[in-house]
Design a protein around this ligand. Structure first.
Ligand code: FES
Length: 298
């Protein structure tokens, strides 16, 4: 694995693939696709769901003779096992070869798998320098319930490094000039504990919804960062009583590009009687998903 430093023009070159937990895919998309392939931290990986519902994230290289296991090369999932397109060896979600078409499975033949953690249906995998195990844990699932909408996802890619994105959480000046927030104020002290950073800030934001009605949001935000791949923002809107959650999930692609997945979730408003773009006239089951779409597309 190439762990050379990347020079993106800053004063200190950065390791292209910092250790941490990085988003792979949602469980929903893995189930819909059957076998997902992606370029992730400079390597090709596959992800699939076994018959026991556990998700496996593995290098897309067959340990038998090195065949490509990606679906485009013929890799497929059958009965919860990944089947190599070259000689038909089958792998379970632990990465172990458990069957071949013509002989007992060789016990020493195993995929290189990555430790995974699933959080509200989002699948993360740990990338450790020289393969070392996780050095910190992701947080527990946040409280959930029927008043929360489903997760909405948006993905963007551009040249950069995950540190560039993580630094934005403490760069309050950019919130005004890039995102158009007003009255941005730090609340309390930023705390750092190992790989975990927590910071709080308030701001106001004026948005036109449906291009017509102007709404001023009065917001308190708490950001928690776990390493460079996982950033979680709890947003409490005071004027219309709306809670939202935003995950900013950054993963290096190939040492040059980063992929950012924005995942958002909105809660049914606490005070929907306040007039806001006719939302009070919508069925309750539509309001939170609609607000979630508006927020994630911002
Ligand atoms: S290379 Fe995969 S089974 Fe032979």
């Amino acid at each position: 694995m190439d762990t050379d430093r990347t020079d993106l023009g800053g004063s200190v070159p950065l390791f292209p693939f910092p250790e941490g937990w990085y988003f792979v895919a949602s469980r929903k998309s893995i189930l819909e696709t059957g076998l997902i392939q992606k370029t992730w931290l400079g390597q090709e990986i596959v992800a699939w769901c076994g018959s026991d519902e556990n998700v496996c994230v593995a290098q897309a290289v067959c340990p038998h003779l090195g065949a490509d296991l990606a679906p485009a090369a013929g890799g497929r999932v059958r009965d919860g096992r990944l089947v190599c397109p070259f000689h038909g060896f089958e792998y379970d979600v632990s990465g172990q070869c458990v069957a071949t078409p013509f002989a007992p499975p060789p016990r020493a033949t195993t995929l290189r798998v990555f430790e995974t953690r699933e959080l509200l249906g989002m699948v993360f995998a740990w990338w450790g320098i020289d393969g070392r195990p996780p050095q910190w844990r992701l947080p527990a699932d946040p409280p959930s319930g029927p008043d929360w909408s489903g997760l909405e996802f948006r993905t963007v890619r551009f040249p950069g490094h995950p540190q560039d994105i993580a630094e934005n959480s403490v760069d309050l000046a950019h919130l005004r000039y890039v995102h158009g927030y007003d009255n941005v104020k730090q609340v309390g002290q930023t705390s750092v504990d190992g790989a975990v950073l927590e910071t709080c800030f308030d701001f106001r934001r004026t948005r036109r919804i449906a291009g017509i009605v102007k709404v001023v949001f009065d917001v308190a935000a708490v950001t928690r960062i776990f390493g460079l791949g996982y950033s979680y923002v709890e947003v409490r809107e005071r004027s219309i009583g709306m809670d939202t959650r935003l995950w900013v999930l950054t993963a290096p692609v190939d040492g040059r590009l980063v992929e950012i997945v924005l995942a958002g979730q909105a809660r049914e408003m606490r005070r929907p009687k306040r007039p806001i773009v006719g939302l009070r006239f919508l069925p309750v089951s539509f309001r939170a998903p609609l607000m979630n779409k508006i927020i994630i597309s911002a």
